[in-house]
Design a binder for this molecule. Structure first.
Ligand code: ATP
Ligand code: MG
Length: 457
């Protein structure tokens, strides 16, 4: 079914110029040229697309020949990246369902985030398919192998119509995420689709169609089969997409969260002094605020928040063995990270600063002499301070300590000296251990009003 130009709201003015360039060049060379996926969905909803994906009947080599700034990438299947400065337009050839349908995201290097080029892929994994496993198909087959009906709409540059093979337009109007085909089969094919369902539902404010929703709880354990590196990429999309809190609630609702962060799920069942642990939802709320204000976020802060409680719960084990506070933290962090890596990989460039954020929590309680002045020079100070604010908001650290650091940053060098002098001799050595020690719980969160938390960068 085609919805003609006059009956839908997608206009060329909302499409990136570079995407239009690609579409026009393909069309002028006689190939099919359409936008597909998230960008059409978002345009139909009046939202600004994150990126523009193009599909065509041209083969990767043919596509590459049309653009000087193009390269073929991909591991499970090959597609072409056409680069215009910082914007990359992804151009894929129509393809039918293959046995290995693990998503449209080309393999990326977990350290750099860069897509892995075709030639480099041989060494990457065991299941590298040869190029002939690239199964091309018709446009309709291409629609049917996609995940949700609202993700399978095409915008045709030839007549500006929107093509819908699967009832996506109707679902879009009804605000429904519906798996194309049999949900259980499609989730078994690629369990990450369960995470995608939740992510889109949270982001778009949609509901899952009843049939789509029904098998998720039972199939959730299939996430254990997904490689941790792919899970890492999905986790970032889940929690850095601007709807992290809602996503988190839905992940827990559908029993998916425990397969991503089992230790966190476990920690959430422990109440702290009779109060539920609120640090994770608060951190996610902060992250959403930052993302929606176009401020930077880092996975280091996200993982620090998600794994903080499990790390704290590990500490007494090492304290009982007589380890120093410092060593106990190190061992606890090692344990928690090692365990987490079996589910979701965390590249070292994020796990290292994550540990720093944790370790600095203890150091933030030691403010005497030159310690405080040295602290604020630390490259991770801002993130650690934001983390402290979060802990104070959750009733785990004191507001006095958080407020002290807020003020310390704001005042002159003279006043700083005064603040340190006013601490008195008792404030020297880690009065407030992140492992427990002196802890405060407040029934009602004090409105502290001053903070703009989570300087995650
Ligand atoms: P976003 O706004 O997050 O980019 P998106 O829908 O564009 O959303 P992508 O991950 O960029 O999501 O994927 C592009 C398209 O590829 C999807 O709209 C969908 O049609 C298809 N797709 C992606 N992943 C899968 C998958 N795991 N199974 C089936 N189809 C998929
Ligand atoms: Mg996309």
């Amino acid at each position: 079914m085609t919805i003609p130009r006059a009956e839908h709201s997608v206009s060329r003015a909302q499409i990136s110029e570079n995407a239009l360039r690609v579409l026009h060049r393909l069309r002028d060379a006689g190939y099919a040229a359409l936008l597909v996926g998230g960008c059409v969905r978002d345009l139909m909803l009046g939202r600004e697309p994150k990126d523009f994906d193009v599909v065509t009947d041209a083969r990767p080599e043919e596509i590459r020949k049309l653009f000087h700034n193009a390269r073929i990438i991909g591991r499970r299947f090959r597609l072409v990246h056409v680069r215009f400065g910082r914007e990359i337009i992804e151009v894929a050839t129509f393809r039918a369902a293959a046995h290995d349908v693990a998503g449209d995201v080309p393999a990326t290097d977990p350290e750099t985030g860069e897509p892995i080029e075709e030639e480099e892929t041989e060494s990457v994994g065991a299941e590298v398919p040869p190029a002939d496993q690239n199964i091309f198909g018709t446009q309709e087959e291409d629609a049917l192998r996609r995940d949700f009906t609202v993700n399978a709409l095409y915008y045709n540059i030839r007549d500006f119509g929107v093509i819908d093979y699967v009832g996506g337009v109707q679902d879009l109007r009804a605000g429904l995420l519906r798996v194309i085909g049999d949900p259980e089969t499609r989730f078994r094919e690629d369990p990450v689709r369960m995470l995608r369902a939740v992510r889109f539902a949270a982001k778009l404010g949609f509901n899952l169609a009843p049939g789509t929703e029904e098998p998720i709880r039972e199939l959730a354990p299939l996430l254990l089969d997904v490689p941790p590196a792919r899970m890492f990429e999905e986790v970032l999309k889940l929690f850095h997409g601007g709807a992290a809190l809602k996503t988190y609630e839905l992940l827990r609702h559908y029993g998916l969260f425990e397969y991503l962060f089992p230790q966190t799920e476990e920690a959430l069942t422990h109440e702290d002094g009779g109060f539920p642990i609120t640090l994770v939802p608060r951190a996610l709320e902060n992250t959403d605020a930052r993302v929606n204000a176009d401020r930077p976020v880092t996975p280091a802060f996200l993982f620090a928040a998600l794994l903080w409680e499990p790390m704290r719960l590990r500490l007494p084990h090492y304290h009982l063995q007589g380890k120093t506070a410092h060593d106990a933290q190190n061992f606890a962090a090692d344990d928690v990270i090692r365990e987490q890596l079996t589910r979701v990989s965390i590249p070292r460039r994020f796990s290292v600063p994550m540990r720093e954020i944790w370790f600095m929590q203890d150091r933030l309680t030691r403010r005497n002499g030159r310690q405080a002045s040295q602290m604020i020079e630390h490259p991770r100070f801002r993130a650690a301070y934001d983390f402290l604010l979060l802990r104070a908001e959750s009733g785990e650290a004191t507001h006095e300590l958080a407020d002290w650091w807020t003020r310390f940053q704001a005042v002159s060098a003279d006043e700083r000296r005064g603040m340190i002098a006013a601490l008195g001799p008792g404030e020297g050595g880690g009065a407030e251990r992140p492992g427990g020690g002196k802890r405060r719980r407040r029934r009602r969160r004090r409105k502290s009003g001053q903070h703009v938390p989570a300087g995650q960068g």
